[in-house]
Design a protein around this ligand. Structure first.
Ligand SMILES: [Zn+2]
Length: 208
């Protein structure tokens, strides 16, 4: 989060990651196909199909791989975060916080009602709505290593996932992207909506 430009950069990186992962996924499948049909793992065979039925089988598996290549491996595992969670809020949000909660972090981080209340206030403030999604709290250092040096949180779609840091300060911001995506069809990654102004909902929605 922080400023708009780094956030935009993170989105660009996300798009690049999408295509790299799609390519990587195909490479993985190619090696799996080789293992299945017993194709020797050599440069010569990397560009040649084995004869007979293995060739047909290979073509079939490639076809399956191609039809599935829009969903990179990472996205098939909740954007690489997996599906483990600590609690489910009253309206169905799944939240994982145990990787960041320590004696030094705010108590609300491990309070399931905090996440529910923030979401309900966001709905009331914006007049928008959306389905419950997944929230994962990660150390800020992890987030910045993955998304960029000035990024404090990230909103993934398909499936919707809100990544927040150990202060949860960006929770409202990422919920702002989520509520817009499911109300207008656009997550507003350039932050044009008034909710992202300093007197807007993503700032004025209160913490406990
Ligand atoms: Zn944003």
């Amino acid at each position: 989060m922080a400023t708009n430009f780094p956030h935009l950069l993170a989105h660009v990186r996300g798009a690049a990651r999408f295509f790299l992962d799609a390519w990587h996924g195909l490479l993985i499948r190619r090696s799996q196909v080789r293992a299945l049909v017993g194709e020797p793992n050599s440069r010569r065979y990397a560009h040649a199909h084995p004869p007979g039925w293995p060739r047909i089988f290979t073509a079939g598996v490639y076809l399956l791989a191609l039809t599935a290549c829009g969903e990179p491996v990472e996205w098939q595992d909740n954007h690489g975060y997996g599906w483990y969670y600590n609690a489910v809020t009253a309206s169905g949000w799944k939240v994982r916080w145990d990787e960041v909660v320590t004696e030094a972090t705010p108590a609300y981080l491990s309070d399931v009602n905090f996440y529910e209340t923030t979401w309900q206030r966001m709905r009331e403030c914006t007049g928008m709505d959306g389905p419950p999604a997944f929230i994962v709290a990660k150390p800020l250092a992890y987030i910045q290593a993955r998304y960029g040096p000035n990024i404090g949180g990230y909103y993934h779609r398909n499936p919707p996932l809100l990544v927040i840091d150990e202060t949860a300060w960006v929770l409202r911001h990422e919920q702002g992207h989520h509520v817009q995506l499911y109300t207008t069809g656009d997550s507003d990654h350039d932050h044009h909506h008034p909710m992202f102004k300093t007197d807007g909902c993503t700032f004025t929605v209160g913490f406990p």
